[in-house]
Design a protein around this ligand. Structure first.
Ligand code: BGC
Length: 346
């Protein structure tokens, strides 16, 4: 018994010592409202802890001020590295400066931190490629090179405060523009520019309201909307909700991104054509690797040193590759890989 107690004491002591010396990683996530960030946060926490780090994970309820003070608190409570997925790319300047003054490296997670020289690295999926995958899907599904058309298309893009949103939009538009210019794709609402089609905070309800307005203003005459380019799943869901309640025509091709559960269910049910799968486990693993390299003073793994100019510096980046997903390959991508269980998609 005595032996057991002393063994236990030693174990507790070892744990206390390792915690006291464990390097600390502050992980700041935008919101719990959108599915993906819950997965990102959970993956990061599990993988960082497994690698022996102490983790301070915070969600900011999509409130910029909350995120600012959470990051400042992480710095003041001794974080050694910060990993930040910003709500609004340009809003964390003062906290980033504080991090720099305290020699704390900052990794921008998925979304680039803008207008600051204090961003050490950026890890994301290739955002422009996400858009080209969506645009190419539309081009092929509508056989735009051969079909006579014209086809009606509407566009729903992302949050203007998120640097990614412009890349997604541009990637898709660069593929589709020749067909828009040639009149094969017609945007009846006339809303084409990013500023006209953007969805603040990527909110499903905002996308739904705008889609409802478009449907009642431009499609109430019985004309079909053939394609709805949506930059991600939360906005696609808004469009799908609007169509369910306000539209009787032939169902359009709809794009998305993230393979959220609700959208994957809609893909299976034929209400969303595709999504872009960005495995949050891949990104988390990459970031954990970069954290380790930073803390050990090793060369940090990057594969792009040109694209991501944040207005002050070009941030060395690691771009993971996004993957096309639809009703035909979701089982292999999402279930066989253990991302979701079959039950979650029922
Ligand atoms: C992410 C997307 C996500 C969107 C809304 C973007 O920054 O890259 O994966 O759908 O934010 O959360």
């Amino acid at each position: 018994m005595k032996k057991l107690i002393s063994l236990l004491l030693v174990a507790v002591l070892c744990l206390a010592v390792s915690l006291a010396y464990a390097e600390k990683v502050g992980v700041s996530m935008p919101t719990k409202d959108l599915q993906r960030w819950n997965q990102d946060g959970a993956n990061m926490q599990a993988m960082l802890e497994e690698a022996g780090y102490e983790v301070d994970l915070q969600y900011a309820s999509n409130d910029v001020q909350t995120q600012l003070s959470q990051v400042e608190n992480m710095i003041n409570s001794g974080a050694d590295v910060l990993v930040i997925a910003a709500i609004e790319g340009s809003s964390l300047g003062s906290a980033l400066t504080l991090a720099q003054e305290n020699d704390i490296p900052v990794i921008a997670y998925d979304r680039l931190l803008m207008q600051s020289g204090a961003v050490s690295y950026y890890a994301t999926f290739d955002n422009y490629m996400v858009g080209t995958v969506q645009g190419t899907y539309i081009k092929e599904a509508m056989d735009l090179d051969n079909a006579a058309g014209p086809f009606n298309m509407e566009i729903t893009a992302g949050d203007p405060g998120d640097n990614n949103a412009g890349y997604f939009y541009q990637g898709a538009i660069d593929v589709l523009k020749p067909y828009i210019d040639a009149g094969k794709l017609v945007i009846k609402s006339g809303q084409v520019e990013f500023s006209e089609v953007a969805t603040p905070t990527w909110a499903t309800e905002t996308a739904q309201n705008r889609a409802e307005n478009i449907l009642s203003s431009y499609y109430a005459d019985g004309s079909n909307v053939d394609v709805w380019l949506c930059s991600n799943d939360s906005t696609a869901l808004g469009v799908e909700n609007a169509l369910a309640a306000n539209y009787n025509g032939a169902y359009p091709i709809i794009t998305g991104q993230d393979c959220d559960i609700a959208n994957t269910k809609n893909m299976i049910a034929g209400k969303q054509s595709m999504s872009v799968f960005k495995d949050t486990r891949t990104l988390a693993a990459q970031v954990v690797k970069m954290v380790g390299q930073i803390l050990k003073g090793e060369t940090v793994d990057v594969n792009d040193t040109e694209t991501y100019d944040n207005g002050v510096i070009v941030v060395p980046s690691y771009l993971c590759e996004p993957v096309f997903a639809d009703a035909n390959n979701y089982k292999e991508l999402l279930i066989d890989s253990g991302y979701y269980t079959e039950d979650q998609l029922k």
